[in-house]
Structure formats: structure tokens, C-alpha cells
Design a protein around this ligand. Structure first.
Ligand code: PLP
Length: 396
């Protein structure tokens, strides 16, 4: 939304599309094959190679990828799936699709990822799987979660929808769980328009995933032979071509996003009431998905968001806890207080504009306005007075 009085209008997010992507999609349209063709297979091969796993199965969203992982793992009615309440709703909905119950475990207040001790405490005789989310592009503590999964014979699925290219202890996210899922919605690091990719080292599991994504067809290629209840979760050729072109630029894209995060970090260092995202020492490469700051508890977030919006700076609370979503309150009786760490974090988070092609001037503008509004709310002088690179000042 354009703000009439704003000096700049900064998008909240925006894909980075070059001529390479445009040409790749146009090339598909010049062929007769718009689905089930060579681009999907090429995208799958490139993704498997990038992650370093045996198999990759393309699907039409991250959500459908998560659903298929639970379906292929045999999760069903009466089963429990442990996941985090601090995520996008799909991380828990995938259990509901299978008639299973999402059981939440609270998070580490610094990394915002699942706290393994709380996961272990949530295991019951009905638990069958863990869905571990790499929140905001920071890898979950997958080794500890693997140990819990092994102890109780649980399927460990990594919801890496926000974390393509991230590394924990030098290992790229994707090969450590039974399967991991990436997502390619346009606000993600790389996009396919809509799309997702499941990666796994388990070839038999991949065969089932592929069949489930394609109406339950057998892998002998017989078109009208449906051996299981499947779905149409196929990725089309245009999306695959776009995703493949973006994957070809992933190092450049992740580096540029890290540079934008670095600009933010520098400027926020001068603001006491707004904290930059925490990056754990185990996170040897952050795959910056969003830039989510933590606000001082005294800041009125809604008022701050409205003031920023009027300046052409959109921002969002990120996340609203899953257990407090109306569906989850009604179905499972969740209430405020059920997961106090998640709730405390969720009250104070704010996602600022963040995208690959964001300029240093845009970061300056956002931080300048943020600092001004925060200082005004807290009734004190601004912490970071405009330096030479600051384009505009806000009176304290
Ligand atoms: C953590 C997480 N899980 C799952 C999804 C679902 O991905 P999609 O929007 O492609 O269905 C998203 C993205 O929106 C996400 O951030």
C-alpha cells in the first residue's frame, strides 16, 4: 500500500527475479510440456545435489510436502505429532490432515526453535513423529531431536520451509532427518511462485512420496493404475523452471540477504529497546528468511506498526502462536499461558522489511523511522542519531 506522506515505500518482502528467470519460464511456454516434464526432474536433481541427499521430490507447496511426509510415514488417526507452537500454521496442520493430533512443545527463548528437553517431556505412547521447524532460517537442534526420535522410534521430519541453504555445525540443512521440506512461496529466499521440495536419503520413502504427489500412481508409469490414496500435489513445469533458475543463484541470493541482515544488525546495535535476531554459535550459516526483531516489553507494538505503516514501512508480528489460533483453541481447548515462552516471544517480535535486493538506503530509512517512533514511545532521546548515510531524520 502506498503511503502518501512517506518519503519511501519499502516492500515487506519481494522476490529477486532477473532475466535468467524470465527466460527460463518463457522457454517452457514455447514447448508443449507444461507438466510432468524435464524441468521438474531437473529441479529435483539440482535440489538433491545442492542438499547432498539421494532423492528430491518436487511438490506444489511446502504445506503439501509436509502433509506427504506424514502420510508416507504412516501417521494416522489417534497418533500424536510433536511440533512447535512458534511457527507458521502448516507445521501443525499437516498432522491434522492425517487425523493425528499436534502436540506442542515450547521453544528456546533465544533461538526460537524447539527446546529438545520439552520435546522429550511431551512424548507419550501415542507419539509417532516430530516436525522440527528451522525458524526464520536458523536450523533446529536436529542432533538432539534425532536422539529423541531414535529412542522412541519416531519419524523425524524437518520443516525447513524457511531454511534452504542454512547450516548447523557446518552441515547443510536437509540430510539429517527422515525427510526435510523446503518451500518456495515468493517471500522465501528462492521462489517458484508456489512450490515445495522434499529431500530424503531414503529411496523407498521417496518412491512413496512421488506416488502420493501424483494421485497414488504406481512408479511403473502406468497412467491409470492407482495403488494408494494419493493427491495432486504436482509442481508444474513453469514453476519448476523458475525454481531451478533461482536455485542456480542461491549462493548469490543468500549472500545478499546476509549483507542486508548485517546492515540491520549494525544499526540496531545502537538501539537498546530493539534487539537484533540471535544467531546461535552452532548456526554456521544462517539462511536469512525474514528479519525479526525483539521489542522492549514497554513498546506498544500495534501503535509502532501503525506509525511505521504511515511512513511507508510495513511490518508484521511474527508468529502468532499456532495454539492460540481460533481453530486450535476451539478444537483442543488451548489457552493463553499454555506455552509461556512462545507467548512471551510472540508478544515482542516484529518482522521488518527484508528481501534480497533491499538497499542500504532502505535499511537506513526503516531503522531511522523505527528508532524515532520507539524513542517517542519511550519518551527519551533517540539512541542512534542520523550519521552521514542517514537519509531522513525524525524529530525526537
Ligand atoms: C515454517 C513453515 N512451514 C510451512 C510453510 C508452508 O509453505 P507453503 O506456503 O509453501 O505451503 C511455511 C511457509 O509459508 C513456513 O514458513
Amino acid at each position: 500500500m502506498d503511503q502518501a506522506g512517506a518519503e519511501m515505500n519499502v516492500p515487506l518482502s519481494q522476490p529477486s527475479i532477473t532475466d535468467v528467470e524470465v527466460e527460463a519460464v518463457l522457454a517452457v511456454l514455447r514447448t508443449p510440456t507444461l507438466s510432468l516434464g524435464p524441468r521438474v526432474r531437473a529441479f529435483e536433481r539440482a535440489a538433491a545435489e545442492y542438499v547432498g541427499v539421494a532423492e528430491a521430490v518436487a511438490v506444489n507447496s511446502g504445506t503439501s510436502g509436509l502433509h506427504l511426509c506424514l502420510a508416507a510415514a504412516g501417521i494416522g488417526s489417534g497418533d500424536e505429532v510433536i511440533t512447535t507452537p512458534f511457527s507458521f500454521v502448516a507445521s501443525a496442520n499437516c498432522a491434522l490432515y492425517q487425523g493425528a493430533r499436534p502436540v506442542f512443545a515450547d521453544i528456546d527463548p533465544r533461538t526460537l526453535n524447539l527446546d529438545p528437553a520439552r520435546v522429550a517431556a511431551a512424548v507419550t505412547p501415542r507419539t509417532r513423529a516430530i516436525v522440527a521447524v528451522d525458524v526464520f532460517g536458523q536450523p533446529a537442534p536436529i542432533e538432539e531431536l534425532r536422539a529423541i526420535a531414535a529412542r522412541h522410534d519416531l519419524a523425524l521430519i524437518q520443516d525447513a520451509c524457511e531454511a534452504i541453504g542454512a547450516e548447523r555445525d557446518g552441515r547443510r540443512v536437509g540430510g539429517q532427518a527422515k525427510a526435510a521440506v523446503f518451500a518456495f512461496y515468493p517471500n522465501k529466499q528462492i521462489t517458484a511462485g508456489e512450490g515445495g521440495m522434499i529431500v530424503t536419503d531414503d529411496r523407498a520413502f521417496a518412491r512413496v512420496l512421488r506416488s502420493l504427489s501424483n494421485q497414488g500412481r504406481d512408479d511403473d508409469g502406468t497412467w491409470m493404475n492407482h495403488v494408494r490414496l494419493g493427491y495432486n500435489y504436482r509442481l508444474d513445469e513453469m514453476s519448476a523452471a523458475l525454481g531451478l533458475a533461482q536455485l542456480g543463484r542461491i549462493d548469490e541470493i543468500l549472500d545478499r540477504r546476509a549483507r542486508v541482515a548485517g546492515w540491520y544488525n549494525e544499526r540496531l546495535a545502537a538501539m537498546n529497546a530493539v534487539r537484533a535476531p540471535y544467531v546461535a554459535p552452532e548456526t554456521t550459516r544462517m539462511s536469512w528468511f525474514v528479519y525479526v526483531v525483539r521489542l522492549d516489553e514497554r513498546i506498544d507494538r500495534d501503535a509502532l506498526m501503525a506509525a511505521l505503516e504511515a511512513d511507508g514501512v510495513p511490518s508484521r508480528p511474527y508468529f502468532v502462536p499456532i495454539h492460540l489460533q481460533p481453530l486450535y483453541r476451539e478444537r483442543f481447548g488451548h489457552r493463553p499461558g499454555d506455552f509461556p515462552v512462545t507467548e512471551q516471544v510472540a508478544r515482542t517480535t516484529l518482522a521488518l522489511p527484508f528481501f534480497t535486493d533491499m538497499s542500504e538506503g532502505q535499511v537506513d530509512y526503516v531503522c531511522d523511522r523505527l528508532d524515532g517512533h520507539v524513542a517517542r514511545q519511550l519518551g527519551r532521546p533517540r539512541r542512534s542519531q542520523g550519521g552521514p548515510s542517514r537519509r531522513s531524520g525524525v524529530p525526537a
